[in-house]
Design a binder for this molecule. Structure first.
Ligand code: SF4
Length: 476
């Protein structure tokens, strides 16, 4: 490790060291923790946080909140001021550091235990890639599970992507509830696998509405192995509590926290209340002019949002980032969800495949396995009509069948018989046996038809509305 004296004026090298030191700190290295408390490192971190703060401020906002002293320093790499990081240097170091911290939030599909759930998630992600703009699709974490520890939300954020209902109930940390919580976590861990640790403990709820959120999060870490990431719009409601959560997440090695910034005055107050060091790894989600990209879902779709959307325009898309199970602990309900373009039918930007009640952790386990069995077949089930998604256009030319969604095109190669297959699947009236019978006249074997249908299924191109023939769907 380099001389600390060299850090009085942080250089690119010093920032590289700082990054290494922070990594060691996150891993619980006591020497790193001690060093980071010394004045020189504090100075380095302070300057580093200033750079990060500059990156997070949209153009014009710096001046608005009085950060004009944060003009780029000599040697700041090109592109750094707009957050692109240039080709190295201090801001780039911070972008990489933040990226490394948030990389830990990404689900590794091999850590999904059940192959049917893994394949289902893969095809939902493929569907999203076709339906959503690239920037939207790439930003979705596709958490495998989310828990709600309250019903509704005490806030009423005008942009709320879930249009959360008012707060009506909180899951208290009683001995009975605490036992149920740990049993539920263990059950979810069994069914989902190690990737369950990438879940979250809020959805259409505000974490800090639950006075015992941190205790539930601590149990989540104990049972599933990681502290869940937290996003709160109440960072300033009780700064001591917020500090304690930041400290807890650092100590538990998962400092993935986000503060929703609802206004410019709130941003100003945040910078007054918290030190640069405290905000170093916090992702500030800026709901102000020029701030975070937002999508037309939930409350941002409502008429009253028009004026606010004009200040910070929303785009078609979704903010829902769950492809898996939503579990309400207050209502003891489990739903199966995946993101989609928010519209009239699905204003919150999620497809709700199923929604049911559970009584106990064992009961929940049975529900989860049943949902997997019913909604996640590895091959297209007999009796269900086979049809392309409504948003997938089908065109045949020169031995190629092109299946085109808003943001992706898939091509199936073959001969002119593909034209018939495309027409049949656009109509969506035949089940597998019917398709086999129709394609038989074009020389296709039953095996060929089934393989082609399963390939389209795996790529998320088929409408799953008819997957369970005769079963009413939760959101239809
Ligand atoms: S954005 Fe979050 S904090 Fe705001 S109303 Fe919605 S759920 Fe509540």
């Amino acid at each position: 490790m380099g001389s600390r004296a060299a850090l009085a004026k942080p250089s690119t090298r010093a920032f590289g060291e700082l990054r290494a030191l922070l990594a060691a700190q996150l891993a619980g290295d006591e020497e790193a923790i001690r060093l980071l408390n010394t004045p020189h490192w504090a100075a380095a971190m302070s300057q580093a946080a200033t750079l990060k703060r500059r990156l997070e401020c949209p153009a014009g906002l710096r001046e608005a909140v009085g950060l004009v002293e944060d003009e780029p320093t000599a040697g700041t790499p090109p592109g750094a001021a707009d957050g692109t990081g240039g080709d190295g240097g201090e801001p780039a170091v911070f972008l990489r550091l933040a990226q490394r911290v948030w990389d830990g939030a990404c689900v590794r599909e091999e850590q999904i235990a059940d192959p049917a759930l893994r394949a289902w998630r893969r095809r939902q992600i493929a569907r999203c890639d076709g339906q959503l703009a690239r920037a939207n699709a790439r930003g979705l974490l596709h958490m495998p599970v989310a828990f709600e520890l309250s019903s509704g939300c005490s806030r009423h954020c005008w942009f709320c992507a879930m249009a959360a209902e008012p707060l009506t109930d909180v899951f208290a940390f009683t001995s009975q509830n605490a036992r149920l919580w740990r049993e539920v976590l263990a059950t979810v861990g069994d069914v989902v696998g190690p990737a369950a640790a990438k879940g979250g403990c809020y959805w259409a709820t505000e974490p800090f509405d639950n006075p015992d959120y941190e205790r539930f999060a601590g149990d989540f870490h104990d049972v599933l192995g990681e502290l869940p990431q937290t996003t709160t719009a109440m960072a300033l409601a009780d700064p001591a509590r917020t500090r304690a959560l930041l400290d807890l997440s650092l100590r538990r090695g998962a400092p993935r926290n986000r503060f929703s910034v609802l206004s410019t005055p709130m941003l100003r107050r945040l910078y007054r209340e918290f030190t640069p060091q405290e905000l170093l790894l916090v992702h500030l989600v800026l709901h102000v002019e020029g701030g975070t990209r937002r999508f037309e879902s939930g409350r941002a779709r409502e008429p009253h949002a028009e004026a606010l959307n004009a200040v910070s325009p929303a785009r078609p898309g979704t903010s829902a980032c769950l492809s898996g199970f939503l579990i309400s602990m207050t209502e003891r309900r489990v739903s199966l969800l995946s993101p989609c373009l928010a519209d009239e039918r699905r204003p919150h930007g999620s497809i709700v495949f199923a929604d049911e009640h559970f009584e106990s952790a064992d009961d929940l386990g049975r529900s989860l396995r049943r949902l997997i069995a019913e909604h996640m077949p590895a091959t297209w089930p007999a009796g269900s009509p086979v049809g392309l998604r409504a948003d997938v256009a089908c065109a045949y030319a020169d031995g190629r069948l092109e299946l085109t969604a808003a943001h992706a095109t898939h091509t199936v190669k073959g001969d002119a018989s593909l034209r018939t297959l495309g027409e049949l699947m656009t109509a969506g009236r035949h089940d597998l046996d019917g398709l086999v019978a129709q394609m038989h006249w074009h020389g296709w074997s039953a095996r060929q038809v089934r393989q082609t249908v399963d390939l389209l299924l795996a790529n998320g191109l088929l409408s799953e509305d008819t997957l369970r023939a005769g079963c009413p769907r939760a959101d239809s």
